[in-house]
Design a binder for this molecule. Structure first.
Ligand SMILES: [Zn+2]
Length: 162
């Protein structure tokens, strides 16, 4: 009986493994310098942070305290502390989400998101893969023309004088 159970467990394990390999080109299977299990992330992050960073949820517009930030400093990934945006790249887009015309070089990486039925450019932390937001092409034309529409809950702000 024990042997049968063992074989059944093996079959289930192999089944899951086969499934995981099928999705190997999705972002979740990519190797990031910081990798943790979903259980570890759940433990470390607040429920709101977890929903955005690990499940790609979108925070409510105008809900972020970081919209008000207007002193020099750096925005870091709330999950791993990786510097992703500078305050000087921030602009008021009027959308209700912290918006930047560019990221810190090497701080972020991009993916594709077609959840809404059309394709959007997804942006995530280059170090841990945490979802940050999306990039649109309606940013300030006098600089980059890009709008990084970022969930404030996915960021922490570190003022330069601290
Ligand atoms: Zn990160």
């Amino acid at each position: 009986m024990k042997k049968i159970l063992f074989i059944a467990v093996c079959a289930i394990f192999l089944g899951c493994n086969g499934n995981a390999q099928k999705n190997s080109d999705s972002k979740d299977q990519k190797k990031f310098p910081v990798t943790k299990s979903e259980a570890e992330w759940k433990n470390e992050l607040s429920p709101q942070e977890y929903a955005v960073l690990r499940e790609a949820a979108t925070e409510r517009a105008f809900s972020s305290e970081l919209l008000k930030v207007d002193e020099p400093g750096t925005f870091v990934c709330a999950a791993c502390g990786n510097p992703v945006y500078k305050e000087k790249y921030k602009f008021d887009s009027g959308t209700g989400w912290p918006s930047f015309d560019r990221p810190i070089d090497g701080g972020v990486a991009y993916g594709r998101d077609s959840k809404l039925g059309f394709e959007r450019k997804e942006v995530h932390c280059a170090k841990c893969g945490g979802h940050l937001g999306h990039v649109f092409n309606d940013g300030p034309p006098e600089t980059t023309g890009k709008r990084h529409c970022i969930n404030g809950v996915a960021l922490n702000f570190i003022p330069d004088d601290k």
